[in-house]
Design a protein around this ligand. Structure first.
Ligand SMILES: Nc1ncnc2c1ncn2[C@@H]1O[C@H](COP(=O)(O)OP(=O)(O)O)[C@@H](O)[C@H]1O
Ligand SMILES: [Mg+2]
Length: 351
């Protein structure tokens, strides 16, 4: 049976190249991969080895790593490399399910077991029978629910909510967290017994800043995938490569992939990758005499601000003249300048 995504929030939008298992042989020199994961840095090669080892067992695994480091891909790769590969892989984001519903979601419920339970339903554990259950953001689960999860992990059995029949499911659990589990145990109510049960095999998904050359390799890989999908031959500019090297990518592979995707869409032939630090600020317009060029893609509100401030400057700060030139009332101009002033934390700049 193919993988089932019951939990879209943990799955990247659009089903990227890695999820479709697309291979681009020979396209990116030096790029290595394992399962769904790409990357050639020593920390990644180490991770591939660990995945290989854990995939050969049925042990519970805990994946620790910042957001966007590929924790879900690690879990899927373990599943795909394991003897369970033909059974379902089910991803559940524990942080996205209201606490009072999580037990029923995991273990199912009987008809009439709570208000609104008009029909009985099986839970993720039963859906994942024979396969793998991926529990993302495990530290978000309330301690009382953790006890039930622990019991299910230890005995392989559980009750549906409102049920009296002991259900058995053969499920391998892989959990993930973007927090330090030791801190989560102290501060966020992650139970120690559950933590040790989950972390039989701890795996660390390294952040991109620890993966020097991978930034460039991955960016080329994502670009090659998009080129292949669209039948194009777009390439990175020199400055884009520089951005790849100098930006620290705090949002990790997710941020990198989205940045490349966005830049790819905007590009005609050469893909520019604006430095995220600079891109977050609006690019300044170019003024020449009584003409002003506003950059393509400037948000409308910013374009308006640039035109107003540019005109005021051209009018030597004479608000009455500027308002006339802009075709607005003096009051409107004052209002606008007032909002720009408070945005910038100063009163009426450009005066
Ligand atoms: N090593 C990798 N190789 C290829 N794609 C990756 C890699 N790591 C992450 N991604 C991509 O980055 C995005 C975020 O990955 P995900 O597994 O959801 O991260 P996390 O669960 O750690 O937040 C996804 O689109 C995924 O396909
Ligand atoms: Mg995730």
């Amino acid at each position: 049976m193919a993988s089932i995504d019951l939990d879209s929030p943990t799955v990247a939008p659009g089903g990227g190249p890695a999820q479709t298992k697309q291979r681009i042989p020979g396209e990116v020199a030096g790029l290595r991969s394992y399962g769904l994961l790409y990357g050639s840095s020593p920390v990644m090669l180490e991770l591939y080895e660990q995945i290989e080892r854990v995939a050969a067992t049925d042990a519970t695994a805990l994946i620790i790593g910042e957001s966007g480091t590929g924790k879900e891909l690690v879990a899927r790769t373990i599943h795909d490399q394991s003897a369970r590969r033909d059974a379902p892989f089910i991803a559940v984001n524990c942080g996205a399910i209201p606490d009072e519903l999580i037990e029923a979601e995991l273990f199912g419920h009987e008809k009439g077991s709570f208000t609104g339970a008009v029909q009985g339903r099986i839970g993720y554990f039963e859906h994942a029978n024979g396969g793998t259950l991926f529990l993302d953001e495990i530290t978000e689960m309330a301690p009382v629910r953790q006890v039930k999860l622990l019991r299910a992990l230890e005995t392989g059995t559980f009750f549906r909510v409102g049920g009296s029949e002991l259900i058995r499911a053969d499920v391998r659990v892989i959990a993930a967290t973007n927090r330090d589990p030791v801190v989560a145990m102290k501060e966020n109510g992650l139970r120690e017994d559950l933590m040790y049960r989950l972390a039989v095999f701890p795996l660390r998904a390294p952040p991109l800043r620890e993966r020097e050359n991978d930034r460039e390799l991955l960016a080329h890989y994502f670009l090659a995938s998009m080129n292949q999908q669209e039948g194009t031959g777009k390439t990175f500019s020199k400055r884009a490569i520089e951005t790849l090297r100098t930006w620290s990518w705090p949002g990790n592979v997710r941020e990198l992939k989205n940045a490349v995707y966005r830049a790819f869409i905007l590009a005609e032939k050469t893909v520019e990758l604006p430095h995220p630090h600079l891109a977050s600020r609006v690019r300044k317009p170019v003024t020449q005499g009584d003409a002003m060029s506003v950059w393509i893609g400037t948000p409308l509100a910013d374009a308006q601000k640039q035109i107003i401030l540019g005109t005021l400057k051209y009018c030597g700060g004479d608000k009455r003249r500027a308002a006339k030139a802009l075709g607005v009332s003096l009051k409107t101009l004052y209002n606008r300048l007032g909002t720009y002033g408070s945005e910038n934390g100063v009163e009426e700049e450009n005066e």
